[in-house]
Design a protein around this ligand. Structure first.
Ligand code: GLU
Length: 324
């Protein structure tokens, strides 16, 4: 009896090990850096990995996602090889490529674009009791602009300076991750927060679902800002997405696009496979998050400034989306 059990265990163990051993030799793993749990990058990364992983055994490729601080963190992690893919704002892709902002004097030559994803709006969320009707009203207020790994921190700084406010001296700036913002607002520890994000998202839902009444504040007078930074474009946040927000109508602001980036060092066939699966299954992919509804194969090729990765380019040419 003891012997039989031992034999059984040994054979089972042997078998399992063998199978695992074979698989790990062939299976390739890639990780996509996303954002916080209540943003759109996280479900966007989930949608990409779900789409690709459906054919896991065919391609021997498995994608997983990681929570991160956002765009700046993701670009840096992709450049250092810690992550194979990352989601990053189009303005951040441009700045990293050109050696601007966080990458001043240090252009990221190996940064490669895969495609653009959903539009993101520079969103200002404020407590209704804080007397904030415009960005100028942020003077002296406690505002979370986002952590240094985020893309939104730079947008918040630009938006404030466009309104004549210095983020270091005119407001009481917090620099914590966006995922904390809704709770900080509800707990009365901040008056407002900036988040550059697709809509609808969990953060604004969480912020507008609490006891403290919350509204989305329009950001206007951005013509000059858009002229200076061509990666910005005007946008509108539909009020209907957040029925419990204290807003009478749609909110005007401006924004960027989320994009998928990688490194020139990531193998061509991996990037090709991911690009192809997302593009060929676009209708299903769009169903995975409401902010993807506006995506088309054509607009997914707009907003990228880094060169396309060779694997993405191969697919775009094959599909006739980019001519030879
Ligand atoms: N745009 C934000 C950032 O780069 C992240 C938004 C999200 O997670 O959806 O920091």
């Amino acid at each position: 009896m003891v012997l039989m059990t031992a034999l059984l265990l040994a054979s089972c163990g042997g078998k399992a090990e063998g199978a695992e051993g074979d698989q790990s030799q062939r299976m390739r793993f890639v990780t996509i850096g996303t954002g916080g749990l209540t943003g759109v990058y996280y479900p966007a990364g989930g949608a990409i990995s779900r789409t690709v992983n459906k054919k896991q055994s065919e391609y021997n490729l498995k994608a997983t996602v990681e929570f991160t601080g956002g765009s700046v963190f993701n670009i840096n992690a992709v450049m250092s090889g810690d992550l194979e893919f990352g989601i990053a704002q189009s303005d951040r892709q441009f700045q990293a490529m050109e050696g601007m902002a966080e990458w001043e004097g240090n252009p990221q030559d190996k940064l490669r674009a895969v495609c653009a994803l959903h539009p993101e709006s520079v969103t200002l969320i404020a407590a209704a009791d804080a007397g904030i009707d415009s960005i100028e009203d942020l003077k002296g207020k406690r505002v979370n602009i986002g952590d240094p790994g985020s893309g939104n921190r730079g947008n918040a700084i630009d938006a404030l300076s466009n309104a004549g406010l210095d983020w270091e001296s005119d407001i009481q700036a917090e620099q914590v991750k966006a995922v904390e913002s809704a709770k900080l607002l509800q707990d009365g520890r901040i008056d407002a927060y900036f988040y550059t994000v697709g809509h609808p998202n969990g953060s604004v839902k969480e912020a507008t679902a609490g006891k403290r009444k919350v509204k989305i504040v329009p950001i206007t007078d951005v013509d000059e800002l858009i002229r200076t930074y061509p990666f910005y474009a005007k946008s509108v946040i539909p009020a209907s997405l957040y029925p419990t927000a204290e807003n009478d109508g749609d909110v005007v602001t401006y924004g960027v696009k989320a994009t998928l980036v990688t490194s020139a060092d990531v193998p061509e066939d991996i990037v090709y496979t991911i690009t192809k699966e997302v593009f060929e299954n676009l209708e299903d992919f769009k169903g995975l998050h409401p902010s993807f509804a506006v995506l088309t194969k054509e607009n997914m090729l707009e907003g990228n400034s880094a060169p396309y990765h060779a694997g993405a380019m191969k697919y775009f040419k094959e599909a006739g989306l980019i001519s030879e």
